[in-house]
Design a protein around this ligand. Structure first.
Ligand code: NAD
Length: 380
């Protein structure tokens, strides 16, 4: 029987535009999708860029205005892979036009924007999802399975780091193409909404909600030339952000993100210590899950390094043979395949807009705590 088509309109031809386009193509060959993804249109403000991208990735057409794309009758789903300041307007317009919406993280530049986006998709009754892709690293999904099965027992500690070093030079400008992350008006915040948002989403998925936080942020370089104005302007993003958290289950959390950790490019690590067992994971070695089980016989007890490549591991039966690993790009393939499966079985793939709003409430609380030097409670 012929499958129903799902016509996709992608906004943004950058880093995430590529990971998503790759996911749409790969998911249809490696998973038995109930609907056929059709790469219908791609939008970028520059006509040359959009056309080139469409040719390279196999989109049927290109647009230079997301508004025009949202209005097209031949598009079912709008996928937002453009900078954070565009998410709110595009998502709301897409929902109002009756389109399904997938949006990159963070959902909004702050929780107020995100709340309005949640309200729009819920009022329109359209399927929605936010691309917190690290949930779909097979080793991280395995960690969730082990926690749900009670293998760790009561959880005491959760710690996560996301470390980079690409903004250390004071010669680096801020704003504009490729450097919009340094411009608070576009990004909403610095590493808190960019890197810590990933850590917080994974943490709450694995260990439940966060009740309160106390944070500290720093802006190490306070003035940079702005790429768009050519003027030296104040830098108002957080370059580094650290916070302590109390989870609803009573465990304690310790989080750190910075773009000033010389030598680290994308070191996302997490560790969870439970009563019976501990888990550790590292993005630079993403196909492995470190696991310590106190129930092991004493003489051989120790940290095991589980190579998460067997058919019984999450998602791995779709790929190669046991022992052969997959990588970063596959997390997006998994997330898109889950989205399509959710459409078929009536359960939206997580995180939905409403679930992702929780992360923005935590990042807002961290920033507010850092500013006021006080603990902040979070009400969901
Ligand atoms: N899930 C992840 O791991 C992950 C990783 C990186 C980025 N992100 C998120 O993805 C989004 C995009 O980040 P990126 O790294 O791909 O950025 P990028 O700078 O590489 O690409 C952004 C693209 O959007 C285009 N664009 C900007 N404004 C536009 C507009 N008004 N209309 C159409 N196109 C427009 C730019 O020309 C560029 O092609 C951000 O929200 C970011 O936080 C998520």
């Amino acid at each position: 029987m012929a499958r129903k088509s799902l016509n996709i309109g992608l906004v943004g031809c950058g880093f995430m535009g590529r990971t998503h386009s790759n996911a749409f193509r790969q998911a249809d060959t490696f998973f038995e999708l109930q609907q056929k993804p059709v790469l219908k249109a791609v939008c970028s403000r520059s006509p040359g860029k959009a056309e080139k991208f469409a040719g390279q990735w196999g989109y049927d057409s290109s647009e230079t205005s997301w508004q025009a794309m949202v209005e097209r009758d031949d598009i079912d789903l709008i996928d937002i892979a453009s900078p954070n300041d565009t998410h709110h307007d595009i998502a709301i317009a897409a929902a109002r036009a009756g389109k399904m919406v997938m949006c990159e993280k963070p959902l909004g530049r702050n929780a107020d924007e995100s709340r309005a986006m949640v309200a729009a998709v819920e009022a329109a009754g359209v399927a929605n999802m936010v691309w917190y892709n690290y949930r779909r690293v097979p080793a991280v999904t395995l960690a969730r399975q082990l926690i749900e099965e009670g293998k760790l027992g009561k959880i005491f500690h959760y710690r996560a780091n996301f470390l980079q070093d690409w903004t250390i030079s004071s010669d680096l400008p801020q704003g504009g193409e490729a450097l919009w992350r340094l411009d608070k008006a576009v990004a909403g915040s610095g590493v808190t909404g960019d890197l810590l948002a990933h850590c917080i989403d994974t943490a709450m998925w694995l260990n439940g909600g966060i009740d309160e936080v106390v944070g500290m942020t720093e802006t190490f370089i306070r003035q940079r030339e702005h790429q768009l104005t050519g003027k030296v302007e104040p830098v108002t993003i957080d370059d580094a952000s650290l916070f302590l958290a109390k989870f609803a289950n009573g465990s304690l959390g310790n989080f750190e993100a910075t773009r000033y950790a010389r030598g680290h490019k994308a070191l996302y690590t997490l560790e969870i210590n439970g009563e019976h067992a501990s888990i550790r994971w590292d993005l630079h070695d993403l196909h492995r899950l470190q696991y310590f089980d106190h129930a092991d016989e004493g003489r051989c007890r120790g940290w095991r390094s589980v190579h998460v490549t067997d058919g019984e591991h999450p998602y791995m039966d779709r790929w190669w043979v046991p022992g052969l690993q997959i990588g970063y790009e596959h997390t997006f393939v998994h997330q898109f395949a889950d989205f399509i499966e959710g459409l078929a079985n009536g359960t939206l793939a997580s995180p939905t807009f409403s679930e992702a709003l929780a992360t923005d409430l935590v990042t807002d609380a961290v920033l507010s705590s850092a500013e006021t030097r006080q603990w902040k409670s979070i009400t969901y």
